[in-house]
Write a protein that binds this ligand. Structure first.
Ligand code: SF4
Ligand code: SF4
Length: 105
Protein backbone atom coordinates (compact mmCIF):
# COMPACT_ATOMS: atom_id res chain seq x y z
CA UNK A 1 0.00 0.00 0.00
CA UNK A 2 1.22 3.50 -0.85
CA UNK A 3 2.10 5.58 2.19
CA UNK A 4 -0.56 8.13 3.05
CA UNK A 5 -3.36 6.58 1.02
CA UNK A 6 -6.71 6.62 2.77
CA UNK A 7 -8.60 3.40 3.33
CA UNK A 8 -12.34 3.16 3.89
CA UNK A 9 -14.56 0.47 5.35
CA UNK A 10 -13.38 -2.99 4.37
CA UNK A 11 -15.27 -4.81 1.66
CA UNK A 12 -18.01 -2.24 1.07
CA UNK A 13 -16.86 -0.45 -2.10
CA UNK A 14 -19.04 -1.38 -5.07
CA UNK A 15 -16.10 -1.38 -7.50
CA UNK A 16 -15.98 -4.28 -9.99
CA UNK A 17 -13.56 -5.06 -12.82
CA UNK A 18 -14.35 -7.38 -15.74
CA UNK A 19 -10.84 -8.40 -16.70
CA UNK A 20 -12.01 -10.27 -19.81
CA UNK A 21 -13.19 -6.97 -21.31
CA UNK A 22 -10.04 -5.00 -20.46
CA UNK A 23 -7.88 -3.92 -23.41
CA UNK A 24 -5.06 -2.62 -21.21
CA UNK A 25 -5.32 1.06 -22.14
CA UNK A 26 -4.27 2.15 -18.65
CA UNK A 27 -6.88 4.88 -18.26
CA UNK A 28 -8.14 3.54 -14.94
CA UNK A 29 -4.61 3.62 -13.54
CA UNK A 30 -4.14 7.17 -14.82
CA UNK A 31 -7.34 8.66 -13.40
CA UNK A 32 -7.68 6.86 -10.08
CA UNK A 33 -6.66 9.18 -7.23
CA UNK A 34 -6.30 6.23 -4.87
CA UNK A 35 -4.01 3.93 -6.90
CA UNK A 36 -6.56 1.17 -6.72
CA UNK A 37 -5.43 -0.42 -10.01
CA UNK A 38 -2.19 -1.88 -11.34
CA UNK A 39 -1.38 -3.35 -14.74
CA UNK A 40 -1.16 -7.13 -14.63
CA UNK A 41 1.42 -9.29 -16.39
CA UNK A 42 -0.96 -10.07 -19.23
CA UNK A 43 -1.62 -6.43 -20.09
CA UNK A 44 -4.92 -6.22 -18.25
CA UNK A 45 -5.73 -4.01 -15.30
CA UNK A 46 -6.27 -5.58 -11.92
CA UNK A 47 -7.53 -4.26 -8.61
CA UNK A 48 -4.78 -4.14 -6.00
CA UNK A 49 -6.38 -2.03 -3.25
CA UNK A 50 -10.14 -2.49 -3.33
CA UNK A 51 -10.69 -0.94 0.10
CA UNK A 52 -9.00 2.31 -0.97
CA UNK A 53 -11.73 2.99 -3.54
CA UNK A 54 -13.76 6.08 -2.62
CA UNK A 55 -16.32 5.48 -5.38
CA UNK A 56 -15.59 8.72 -7.23
CA UNK A 57 -16.52 7.08 -10.55
CA UNK A 58 -13.54 8.34 -12.58
CA UNK A 59 -12.43 4.86 -13.64
CA UNK A 60 -15.90 3.90 -14.84
CA UNK A 61 -16.28 7.15 -16.78
CA UNK A 62 -12.94 6.74 -18.54
CA UNK A 63 -12.85 3.03 -19.33
CA UNK A 64 -13.45 2.79 -23.10
CA UNK A 65 -14.87 -0.73 -22.98
CA UNK A 66 -17.02 -0.68 -19.87
CA UNK A 67 -14.78 -3.08 -17.98
CA UNK A 68 -15.07 -1.11 -14.74
CA UNK A 69 -18.25 -0.59 -12.79
CA UNK A 70 -18.76 1.34 -9.58
CA UNK A 71 -21.79 2.98 -7.99
CA UNK A 72 -20.65 6.55 -7.47
CA UNK A 73 -22.42 9.19 -5.42
CA UNK A 74 -23.01 6.93 -2.42
CA UNK A 75 -21.05 5.71 0.56
CA UNK A 76 -18.50 7.15 2.98
CA UNK A 77 -16.62 9.41 0.58
CA UNK A 78 -19.81 11.01 -0.74
CA UNK A 79 -21.00 11.59 2.83
CA UNK A 80 -17.76 13.44 3.60
CA UNK A 81 -18.10 15.54 0.43
CA UNK A 82 -21.72 16.38 1.26
CA UNK A 83 -20.78 17.44 4.79
CA UNK A 84 -17.97 19.65 3.44
CA UNK A 85 -20.42 21.40 1.08
CA UNK A 86 -23.02 21.80 3.80
CA UNK A 87 -21.01 23.08 6.75
CA UNK A 88 -22.34 22.12 10.10
CA UNK A 89 -23.99 19.00 8.80
CA UNK A 90 -22.71 15.76 10.26
CA UNK A 91 -21.16 13.37 7.72
CA UNK A 92 -23.54 10.46 7.23
CA UNK A 93 -24.05 8.14 4.27
CA UNK A 94 -27.73 7.43 5.13
CA UNK A 95 -27.08 3.73 4.60
CA UNK A 96 -28.95 1.49 7.02
CA UNK A 97 -26.51 -0.18 9.34
CA UNK A 98 -26.39 0.14 13.09
CA UNK A 99 -29.67 -0.77 14.75
CA UNK A 100 -31.37 2.36 16.02
CA UNK A 101 -28.92 4.80 14.45
CA UNK A 102 -30.45 4.95 10.97
CA UNK A 103 -27.05 4.69 9.31
CA UNK A 104 -23.99 2.48 9.14
CA UNK A 105 -21.63 5.03 10.65
S1 SF4 B 1 -14.10 4.91 -8.25
FE1 SF4 B 1 -12.44 6.46 -8.06
S2 SF4 B 1 -11.27 5.77 -6.28
FE2 SF4 B 1 -12.52 4.04 -6.90
S3 SF4 B 1 -11.21 2.84 -8.26
FE3 SF4 B 1 -12.41 4.25 -9.55
S4 SF4 B 1 -11.13 6.06 -9.84
FE4 SF4 B 1 -10.29 4.88 -8.09
S1 SF4 C 1 -9.65 1.73 -18.40
FE1 SF4 C 1 -10.74 -0.19 -18.82
S2 SF4 C 1 -9.75 -1.05 -20.65
FE2 SF4 C 1 -8.37 0.53 -19.82
S3 SF4 C 1 -6.95 -0.61 -18.49
FE3 SF4 C 1 -8.64 0.10 -17.19
S4 SF4 C 1 -10.13 -1.59 -17.18
FE4 SF4 C 1 -8.73 -1.95 -18.88
Amino acid sequence: MTKGRLLYLKGVATLRLEQDLCIGCGMCLAVCPQEVFAMGEHGKARIVEHDACMECGACKMNCPVGAVWVQSGVGCAQAVFNAMLDRGREACCQVEGKPGSGSCC
